[in-house]
Design a protein around this ligand. Structure first.
Ligand SMILES: O=C(O)C(=O)C[C@@H](O)[C@H](O)C(=O)O
Ligand SMILES: [Mg+2]
Ligand SMILES: [Mg+2]
Length: 389
C-alpha cells in the first residue's frame, strides 16, 4: 500500500459572527483505492500572506507519493524538514503538517479497519468537556449580543464559556456581572484569554480588575507577549490561578518548561503540526508535571474529530478544553459532523474506521474557494474573529 496522490481542496466557511475562515481539506489517495482525509484548519490568521495551493500540492505530491502511510514518524520528520517549526503561534507550516498528519491517521485506520483511537492509545473517556468562546469585546454595546450568545448556547447544553479580554475591561466586567446575575453558578467562565496583547504588568492590572467578578475561573491564558517566558513566569507567580499558554513549537515548550513559565500547556494539533507532535507535547507536559488542555483554532469536523480522539486518549487532561469549531460555522464539509452533548465533545464512534467522519463532496463543492486570499478583512477582524470593522 503506497500513497499515490495528494489532493487539496480550499473551502471558505462563514462563522455565525460573519467572519469567513478558509481551510484546506486533504485527501491522501493510495494505489489500493483507500483514501484518508485530513484538515489544514483556519488559514485566516495573521500574517496576511497566503499559501500558493498549486505549489503546495506539487510539493506535497513530491514528498508523499510512493510513501508507505504507516511510516507516520518518518513522514512527520520529512514534513518538518520541509515546513520547519517556528517560534510563532500561527505558523502556517504547522497547519500544513497537521492536515497531512491527521489524514495519515484516517488513512491507516481505514486500511486496518479500525478507529484512529486505536492508533492514539485508545480511550480513557468517551467525551471531553469543552467551552464555548465569547470573542473580545471592544464596545459596551457588545455585552447584550454576547449575553444572547450565552443564553442560546446554554439552551443547547453549553454551560462553560471562555472570554477573550484585554480591550474593554469595563465591558468585560459588565458581561461577567450579568452572567453571574442571570445564571448564578449554572454557567462558568473557565478562562480569561489575553491573546498575548498586553505585557505581563498590564495583564496583571487588568486581571486584578476582572477577578472579583470571575465565575468558575480555571485558568488565565496568554497573559504576556508571545515567547516572553520571563513575563509568563512573573505573571504566574503573582496570581493564584493556573496560567495556560499555547504550544507552537517543541523549542518553545521546552523553554516554558525550563523557566517554569506556565501551569497548563494548551496543546492543539493545528499549532504544533499534527496528532503525532501533539502526543509528544502532551507526554513532555506529563513528565514535566504540568497539566494540559486541548486548545483549538476552531476547526471543522475533520480536525475536531482528530482532537476528540486525542483528548479522549489522554489520562492527564483535567481542565475544560476548547474545540467547538463546528458549532461556530454555518456549515461543514462532512456527512456526519462531530456531536456535542451537555457541553461535551463526544468521541467519534469507535466502530467507524479512521477519524470517524465522512467527507460530503457536494458540501466540499458548495464551500469551495479558488485560493486562500484575504480580501478586505482588517487586522481587528482577524484578531477577534468578527465581521465588525
Ligand atoms: O485560544 C485561542 O487563542 C484561540 O482560540 C485563538 C482563536 O483566534 C482561534 O484560532 C479562532 O480562530 O477563533
Ligand atoms: Mg488562547
Ligand atoms: Mg483559528
Amino acid at each position: 500500500m503506497k500513497i499515490s496522490n495528494v489532493r487539496l481542496h480550499a473551502v471558505g466557511i462563514p462563522r455565525h459572527t460573519g467572519f469567513v475562515n478558509k481551510h484546506v481539506i486533504v485527501k491522501l489517495e493510495t494505489d489500493e483505492g483507500v483514501t484518508g482525509i485530513g484538515e489544514m484548519s483556519d488559514f485566516s490568521h495573521l500574517p496576511k500572506y497566503s499559501i500558493d495551493l498549486i505549489d503546495l500540492s506539487r510539493t506535497l505530491n513530491t514528498l508523499l507519493v510512493g510513501r508507505n502511510p504507516f511510516d507516520i514518524e518518518d513522514i512527520n520528520r520529512e514534513l518538518l524538514d520541509n515546513f520547519p517549526e517556528a517560534m510563532y503561534y500561527y505558523e502556517k507550516g504547522s497547519f500544513i503538517r497537521n492536515g497531512i498528519d491527521n489524514a495519515l491517521y484516517d488513512l491507516c485506520g481505514k486500511i486496518l479497519g479500525v478507529s484512529a483511537a486505536e492508533l492514539l492509545g485508545g480511550r480513557v473517556r468517551s467525551r471531553m468537556k469543552v467551552c464555548y468562546p465569547i470573542f473580545r469585546q471592544r464596545f459596551m454595546e457588545e455585552v447584550e449580543s454576547n449575553m444572547e450568545t450565552v443564553r442560546e448556547r446554554y439552551g443547547q447544553g453549553f454551560d462553560v464559556f471562555r472570554l477573550y479580554v484585554g480591550k474593554n475591561t469595563e465591558a468585560d466586567i459588565e458581561l461577567l456581572k450579568r452572567i453571574k446575575s442571570e445564571f448564578g453558578s449554572k454557567v462558568t467562565i473557565k478562562s480569561f484569554d489575553f491573546s498575548h496583547l498586553l505585557d505581563w504588568k498590564e495583564t496583571l492590572r487588568t486581571f486584578k480588575a476582572l477577578v472579583p467578578y470571575e465565575v468558575g475561573l480555571e485558568m488565565v491564558e496568554s497573559p504576556a507577549p508571545r515567547n516572553d517566558f520571563e513575563g509568563l513566569y512573573n505573571f504566574r507567580t503573582r496570581i493564584d490561578y493556573p496560567v495556560s499558554e499555547h504550544v507552537w513549537s517543541s523549542m518553545q515548550q521546552s523553554e516554558m518548561l525550563k523557566k517554569d513559565a506556565v501551569d497548563i500547556f494548551n496543546i492543539s494539533p493545528i499549532f504544533i503540526g499534527g496528532l503525532t507532535a501533539a502526543r509528544k507535547a502532551s507526554a513532555l507536559a506529563e513528565n514535566g508535571r504540568k497539566s494540559i488542555v486541548i486548545g483549538t483554532t476552531q476547526e471543522l469536523s475533520i480536525g475536531t474529530a482528530a482532537m476528540a480522539h486525542l483528548g479522549c486518549a489522554l489520562p492527564h487532561l483535567k481542565f475544560t478544553s476548547d474545540p467547538t469549531g463546528p458549532e461556530l460555522y454555518i456549515g461543514d464539509v462532512v456527512k456526519n459532523g462531530v456531536q456535542y452533548e451537555d457541553g461535551y465533545l463526544i468521541a467519534p464512534d469507535r466502530n467507524i474506521a479512521g477519524l470517524g467522519v465522512e467527507l460530503d463532496e457536494e458540501l466540499l463543492e458548495e464551500y469551495k474557494v479558488s485560493d486562500l486570499g484575504w480580501g478586505e478583512v482588517t487586522v481587528h477582524q482577524l484578531q477577534d474573529r468578527t465581521s465588525t470593522k
